[in-house]
Design a protein around this ligand. Sequence first.
Ligand code: GLP
Length: 245
Amino acid sequence: MKVIVTKSYDETCTVIAEMIRDLIARKPDAKLGLATGGTPVPIYQKLIQMNREGQIDFSQVHTVNLDEYCGIPGTHEQSYRYFMDSNLFDHINIPKANTFVANGMGDFEANAQELEQKVREGGPADFQLLGIGNNGHIAFNEASDHLISVAHVENLTESTINANARFFEKKEDVPTRAITMGMGDILAAKTVVLAATGLAKVPAIKGLIMDDVITTQNPSTLLKLHENAVVVIDKELADAVGYQG
Ligand code: GLP
């Protein structure tokens, strides 16, 4: 696992957007695994800008998103389909048919199976973008005594519901379940890049970069098993976890 420390979160986002730009230049039909949450938003803004400037052509790119809430439709403002459309897809030249976000309505188990199929279709993702939850969760693979390797329906923890409540009118509106890629799906990607910023992430990032322990209680630590995993954090977060390089 490689750790990159940047001067600022803006630089983190530039570094990651440039990795994606360079990948697509090498492989115009790249398959990207994408993430939601506050963290990737500026990365997506940079990708939109690069697309406008003609630096990236998304016309042959395929994307699969990590997860989706159960019980809200893609038209709901807090659904991850809506998030991806409004923060990225509606502003770049990617055919919508090339983008996949699990369906959060109907038969959740069947929708999880459909996600698994999309993860496998056309082979592993070339690049998987990740954020990290305050408790170390990746996608919606929650800290637990066991983790699941394939796409599945997950019960969200109190910590995750509380953290995501900021996006909803009230905490009770936050869905309590989600469809998520499993840890095996995520680790199958050729390159996995995790971005983190902010002091809320200190305990999770400490577990990820400061020792060699792998624990299901911090799902991000499974990235230590990946040959091509990159963690990108800014100096403020690196200093807060005591990372010296
Ligand atoms: C959600 C998403 C995760 C994301 C996490 C952190 O739970 N399912 O993929 O990493 O939030 O989000 P943020 O970047 O807003 O801190």
